[in-house]
Design a protein around this ligand. Structure first.
Ligand code: ATP
Ligand code: MN
Length: 293
């Protein structure tokens, strides 16, 4: 593949060019590809660089030869070709098309109506200190665990943290969304000074919004190891559960530091997440039986 405009500056502050972005994604392929392969995918494209207007794109573009087209029904009943990356060439083709961010569905292209990943996005209001975001993530983990569900954490590359729970077998979106809503509302009700579960900006002051709305058909979250189109070229980075307290911010990991970290770590921070079998309904009913004794 030929990379056009390799010297064009993508992150002005850091002097990072398109060829540097391409090199980042080539290096990180073994980590990123499994996160997005075979899933409906949206990308954030920034033809004029990260600090200029970018486009959130979920449909195939003319000229994309290696990216797969997945015809899916839209909310309004019409059909459209969604993007699906199945191999390294397709991923790098999207980089050539100026994709900076990769946002997969929590579902596979072969089974788009069922979620195999549930995501809680923790969004701190301005001024909320990092340790409170970390405490929120741990509380999500502990509450999920009490319901029989293991979960994992990543920085968003932005302000916050995402807590991700794998689901196997995959579960219909309506059920996952209902569970996630109930879960977020219960956590907010238990500590209303710290958390909110409603999207309204007014109630968020000084609090952390537990965004459960990622858990719907067509919703996306940024992929682990994706760059963000934000100042400093931050990366969404999966962490081990002992790490969030050490990273200090959601955008601490960058294009420069992420490859070094992964070279050092060798193994995925989430371990063998793919081997976890947890059925949402069975976990929840089993833990309810346990509580009743
Ligand atoms: P932060 O920690 O800063 O909140 P984030 O990754 O959690 O970072 P955003 O980047 O604000 O949050 O993304 C919000 C959500 O909306 C994500 O699910 C993303 O996939 C999606 N998204 C982002 N941009 C658009 C857009 N233009 N249109 C539709 N969905 C979008
Ligand atoms: Mn967020």
């Amino acid at each position: 593949m030929t990379l056009t405009s390799p010297a064009r500056v993508v992150y002005p502050g850091a002097g990072i060019r398109k060829c540097d972005v391409f090199a980042y994604y080539r290096t990180m392929l073994p980590w990123l590809l499994p996160e997005i392969a075979g899933r409906p995918l949206s990308v954030v494209r920034c033809p004029q660089g990260a600090q200029r207007p970018c486009f959130f794109q979920k449909h195939l573009l003319a000229g994309m030869a290696r990216v797969d087209a997945l015809p899916l029904e839209e909310e309004d009943g019409t059909r459209a070709d969604y993007l699906v990356v199945r191999d390294a060439d397709a991923l790098l083709e999207l980089v050539q098309f100026n994709a900076l961010e990769f946002h997969p569905w929590g579902a596979l292209a072969d089974d788009p109506d069922k979620a195999d990943r549930m995501v809680f996005d923790l969004d701190p209001a301005p001024g909320v200190a990092w340790p409170r975001v970390v405490a929120a993530a741990r509380q999500v983990r502990d509450r999920l665990r009490a319901l029989g569900l293991e979960s994992f954490v990543r920085t968003s590359g932005g302000k916050g943290l995402h807590v991700v729970a794998p689901l196997r077998p995959a579960c219909p979106w309506s059920r996952v969304r209902e569970f996630a809503r109930t879960f977020a509302e219960a956590m907010a009700a238990a500590d209303p000074l710290s958390y909110v579960a409603t999207a309204g900006k007014a109630q968020r002051k000084g609090r952390i919004f537990i965004d459960y709305l990622r858990n719907g058909r067509g919703a996306t979250s940024v992929a682990s190891f994706s760059l963000r189109a934000r100042v400093g070229a931050p990366v969404a980075m999966p962490l081990r559960w002992e790490e969030p307290g050490r990273v200090k911010r959601g955008d601490a990991c960058t294009l420069a530091s992420a490859p070094r970290r992964m070279a050092r770590m060798k193994a995925h921070p989430w371990g063998d997440i793919a081997a976890i079998e947890q059925d949402l309904d069975r976990s929840v009913s089993r833990s309810a039986r346990k509580r009743r004794g």
